[in-house]
Design a protein around this ligand. Structure first.
Ligand SMILES: O=C1O[C@H](COP(=O)(O)O)[C@@H](O)[C@H](O)[C@H]1O
Length: 268
């Protein structure tokens, strides 16, 4: 499926929520809805342009949240894609001392390990003006699976909810956060009835040991962006929609849900 051309730019109104062009309608099939989200994707010619546009919109969303209830919350992904976003966002003029930042997922490695998502956030986002933000890492050292989940859950409890904004990345296999296909923890991570905020998962590639927010926790958000770069990831999204199987492509569970509009920011 080829999305219709959509001009780059901020597009659509900000965080009052129900105004997305990809807004779900009652009776709409999940696959149709997922396809509409893709058709409404904001597509940019270069990663820096996508990062800048997403930083613009996040600035509006966070500012709105901070004014509305004095404190704002932002969840961000790890990996490489968000580095340019973080470097654009950290210098934005926001009341950063009111902003609480955490992660969508973490690798269970030491805080100074190069693979640590928290280390990446500290190095690229909690800088410049954003150094005043409150950062709540998910992983505080190994205390066993249940202990690590409890520590993750406690860290999230420090953020105002619903979260003002959640930014998600996606892997080439269609994983979001650290919710991976073929992982025994997948049903728990995608469960619509779980009360767990966090789940221990296993990645196919190292570092294997992960902590992820459950889908239900990620959806406790007023605004969600899916930030991806590269034609291969776009093809994965198309494949996920064609397959319509969240077990095979966990991103499909995000695109097909009806609780929170999802905004795709894409650059080739
Ligand atoms: O392992 C992870 O991978 C995904 C995608 O990372 P990227 O390097 O391809 O951008 C990321 O969204 C997730 O937070 C991270 O832990």
């Amino acid at each position: 499926m080829r999305p219709s051309p959509i001009p780059p730019g901020p597009g659509g109104p900000p965080p009052r929520v129900p105004c997305s062009p990809a807004r779900m309608r009652p009776g709409m099939k999940s696959a149709d809805q997922a396809g509409r989200i893709l058709a409404a994707a904001q597509r940019f010619p270069a990663p820096a342009r996508a990062a800048s546009a997403l930083a613009d919109r996040l600035t509006e969303v966070i500012d709105h949240g901070a004014r509305r209830r004095d404190r704002a919350s932002l969840l961000v992904p790890g990996g490489r894609t968000p580095v340019a976003l973080f470097e654009a966002l950290c210098s934005r003029d926001l009341q950063w001392d009111r902003v609480h930042v955490s992660l969508t997922d973490e690798r269970r490695v030491a805080a100074d390990d190069p693979a640590s998502n928290a280390a990446m956030v500290r190095a690229h986002l909690i800088q410049d003006r954003a150094a005043a933000a409150h950062f709540h890492p998910l992983y505080q050292g190994h205390t066993g699976d249940r202990g690590d989940e409890a520590a993750c859950s406690a860290a999230l409890g420090l953020l105002p909810r619903p979260f003002d904004a959640v930014v998600l990345g996606m892997g080439g296999d269609g994983h979001i956060a650290s919710i991976f296909p073929d992982d025994p923890a997948l049903p728990r991570a995608l469960s619509t009835t779980t009360e767990s905020r966090c789940v221990v998962t296993r990645a196919p590639d190292p570092p294997h040991d992960r902590l992820s927010l459950t889908l239900m926790t990620l959806l406790q958000s007023r605004w969600i962006a899916l930030h991806i770069n590269g034609a291969a990831k776009w093809a994965t999204l198309e494949q996920a929609i064609a397959t319509a199987d969240p077990q095979r492509y966990p991103v499909y569970a995000l695109l097909s849900q009806r609780r929170v509009p999802v905004h795709v920011y894409y650059s080739a």
